[in-house]
Design a protein around this ligand. Structure first.
Ligand code: SF4
Length: 559
């Protein structure tokens, strides 16, 4: 994956320039290359991947105050680094807070885990780095990454050396580039697997992550690839997704989806109606990301995700451009994958195709720490496993567990606060980073999620046995929806709200009835449904009791 490769930074093709919308949107393929905002200018001034050598040779030696602001608030992201939120800054964006007031001198560091695949050795190294350099912090994110906090720029050379010694990277973990590739956590081991996508994920990561021709995209680019019939990578919310499907004549392969994304203008991805065999996935992925690079909108940051281009073009035009301008051939038409039955997560004990078992465990909202990760690695190795997976539900899986060792492992992980048989709430509450570390946050999320889970376990203990359809509760610190507000049964979007005394306090706007898979759709923003943080437990209890009382048959919360 690293070091970055030298490659032409220009699009391979240029259509004749036309006046009108193309110029207004700053689309490179229409000939409009002049930067139309500060972010575009910064990327043009210097390829963001170049910042690594400045970190290693200048900033790590001279310290935080030596960092050029355009590197600090821009290019650092291409190496997984964001400044943390300075402590004590309130969540309301009053317009009186300057960006530099929000910057702490410590960083958040995102380690990319493509396909969610880690060895126990890699997990142990992440844990050790956390203990040494990150005050023992670690969050498993809903994009299968591991995120550390309290990182000093002075320590980055040593951290990279340690990570890269075990094949881990932070390259393009953030920034306007191809981010981590989501993959089925049970790729290669699940008895019901349609196709193992691992070779495609590895090839994309090896050839294209750190490729300078793809390091200046209009905005972030999110990928999901899964050959599991459980469709376990939230493909509906990614820029490009490949989902396993059987073609009646050609056998196992992938169905191609494009243009999904949440945040303030959420859109679900659309199918292009094509079937892509495993060996062609990297080529087709490369073509899609080039379309985004060349035709994506670059004028306004809030219109620069690929979902806006796909919404304007439609699936038919997108497929035409993909085939005619980038691949130079037609793709085969393909069938729509059947919708999965049952939960998409992998919590609990499941038999693998080889007769061993995998064990899926939940933390609360992905919050663990470095010491816990080291203990997970040790527990896995004690039962003969060397493979760990992260999931898009912020959970962990231990693979390759012999049947005779399953209960020993479950008991060891339970002592670490990781449950293979969790309550419905421990299983289905997610949270983003929130105000503890995120500069965009308005409210606290992770600690609130921990309190909420314990609160709901007490309040709803009497109906726990009736929760056959889990109700997902996703807490987000702001409208950006990093924890997928709009596709939760109960989506909580952080904002300031008024309490009974009329004071502005931390709280949430509620979105109800969102979902993925069979229930794919965005939750409705219910007018007047705003709750203070202190009231969330009470509010969720009322909703869940009403749902359980009024549902008919196997009706889910979203229905
Ligand atoms: Fe930060 Fe907002 Fe994303 Fe939460 S949703 S991590 S507060 S940007």
């Amino acid at each position: 994956m690293v070091p970055p490769t030298e490659a032409p930074s220009q699009p391979k093709r240029r259509a004749p320039a036309r006046r009108g919308k193309g110029r207004a949107e700053g689309q490179w393929a229409l000939g409009y290359r002049e930067p139309l905002n500060g972010n575009e200018q910064s990327k043009k001034d210097d390829n963001p991947l170049n910042v690594r050598s400045r970190i290693e040779n200048i900033y790590a030696r001279r310290g935080f105050d030596s960092i050029d602001p355009s590197d600090l608030r821009g290019r650092f992201r291409w190496w997984g680094l964001y400044t943390q939120r300075a402590p004590g800054i309130p969540g309301a964006r009053t317009g009186t807070i300057e960006p530099e007031q929000l910057d702490d001198s410590y960083f958040m560091l995102r380690i990319r885990v493509d396909g969610g695949a880690l060895t126990t050795e890699q997990l142990r190294v992440i844990g050790e780095i956390s203990q040494t350099y990150a005050r023992d912090t670690a969050d498993v994110t809903d994009r299968q990454n591991v995120q550390l906090h309290w990182i000093r720029v002075e320590d980055m050379p040593a951290i990279w050396e340690r990570l890269e010694s075990v094949g881990l990277y932070t390259t393009e973990a953030c920034g306007d580039c191809p981010r981590v590739i989501l993959g089925s956590p049970v790729a290669g081991i699940a008895a019901d697997e349609i196709v193992d996508a691992t070779p495609a994920i590895r090839e994309i990561a090896h050839h294209y992550i750190g490729d300078r021709s793809l390091s200046n995209l209009p905005r972030k680019f999110k990928t999901a690839i899964s050959g599991s019939p459980r469709q376990d990578v939230v493909h509906e919310t990614n820029d490009v997704s490949f989902i396993g499907v059987h073609h009646p004549e050609h056998g196992p392969g992938f169905d191609l989806w494009v243009g999904g994304g949440l945040s303030t203008n959420p859109k679900l991805a659309v199918r292009l109606g094509t079937w892509v065999p495993l060996e062609e996935v990297p080529e087709v992925w490369h073509a899609v990301v080039q379309i985004f690079r060349d035709y994506g909108y670059r004028r306004l940051r809030n219109r620069a995700r690929m979902k806006f281009l796909v919404a304007d073009w439609g699936a038919e035009k997108f497929r035409e451009v993909l085939e005619n301008e980038y691949l130079g051939r037609r793709l085969l038409d393909g069938p729509e994958p059947p919708l999965p039955e049952g939960p998409r997560d992998h919590v609990g004990v499941h038999e693998q195709v080889d007769g061993n078992y995998y064990v899926g465990v939940t933390s609360v909202a992905g919050r663990v720490n470095g010491s816990t990760l080291i203990e997970v690695a040790k527990a896995a190795e004690r039962v003969g496993s060397r493979r760990i997976r992260t999931t898009v539900e912020q959970n962990l899986l231990v693979l390759d567990v012999p049947g005779s060792e399953v209960e020993n492992l479950i008991s060891d992980l339970d002592e670490l606060g990781l449950r293979a048989r969790p309550s419905p709430w421990r299983r289905s509450v997610m949270a983003c980073t929130g105000i503890e570390f995120c500069k965009l946050a308005i409210v606290e999320t992770k600690n609130r999620a921990t309190e909420l889970v314990e609160d709901l376990e007490r309040r709803l203990a009497d109906v726990q046995g009736n929760m056959d359809n889990p109700v997902t509760v996703n807490l987000n610190g702001c409208p950006n929806a990093c924890a997928r507000t709009q596709v939760a049964d109960i989506g909580l979007k952080g904002q300031l709200v008024q309490d009974e005394q009329g004071n502005q306090v931390e709280g949430f706007q509620v979105h109800l009835g969102g979902g993925l898979g069979r229930d794919a759709g965005f939750g409705r923003k219910i007018r007047g449904h705003k709750v203070t943080s202190a009231e969330v437990g009470d509010y969720v209890e009322r909703l869940v009791r009403r749902y359980l009382d009024q549902r008919s048959g196997g009706e889910t919360f979203a229905q």
